[in-house]
Write a protein that binds this ligand. Sequence first.
Ligand code: NDP
Length: 284
Amino acid sequence: MSEKTVNFGNNIVLPAIGQGTWYMGEKASQRRQEVDALRAGIERGLTLIDTAEMYADGGAEKVVGEAIKGLRDEVFLVSKVYPWNAGGHKGIAACEASLRRLGTEYIDLYLLHWRGNYALDETVRLMETLQQQGKIGRWGVSNLDFADMQELWQVPGGQVCAANQVLYHLASRGIEYDLLPWCQQQSMPVMAYCPLAQAGRLRSGLFNHPVVNAIAQEYQITAAQVLLAWVISHRGVVAIPKASSIKHVEENAGAQGISLSAEALKQLDAAFPAPEQKTALDMV
Ligand code: NDP
């Protein structure tokens, strides 16, 4: 079984499953477990870690900082800037604060968390400045739909955008209508957030769906692994499940090597059809 990877360009090829961190850093009592889970993930090859200044008000970045101590070179670190910090001096200060919390000198990929206060060209200028200062390796966006991406492509320097992070799971396939094929055409990785639909909280019954369960049984894997294997069966897509237990991390890492057959994919398509028309970008 070969492990799936995604090409980020410039010789950066990453495993197609990474680690999310939303809701980490909220409770001191869970900190040890969260750090251990992230470290266990890194050991098992889940080296892309996704965080944001927003999560636990910087608390998640601190958990990540602790988890990557001594392992910085093994990790591809992704963080995100609030829209209201995504320009000018505020942006520099926000990035520096993230770097302090993460205990590192650079972020590999820095994303605009969602569109908002600054015009896209101001955000692109900020990202270029941060790159020149060596504080970030590359930059990207999050929660930008097809039309936003067309707009970004018109901004000078906008086409350097290295990734788009959007909601994507088996029961929310809106991006397949236009955004995903377009990103694939640009060879721009898509980072799928909520790939487990937040353990089914976003779509009740997903983990117990008969088709998902039948495939899980056939492959002797869990429902979560079916969902992750499905997400990463799409070219150029990285799934970033968040897991705060080592058991979940191990399962998620195991999904990297699972290739669903054409027949299994067909069954999932029938149960969760791809969109036939444009729908608004799903977000949480
Ligand atoms: P996920 O779909 O990753 O679901 C997380 C939930 O799934 C947690 O409750 C976790 O439990 C559980 N889980 C993890 N692994 C398993 C498993 N193998 N079996 C069963 N349950 C499992 O939701 P998230 O919202 O966390 O999304 C993933 C990441 O994407 C975020 O953490 C964040 O980094 C990013 N994100 C980005 C957004 C954006 O706007 N750019 C928005 C939302 C998320 P437990 O913790 O107990 O292990």
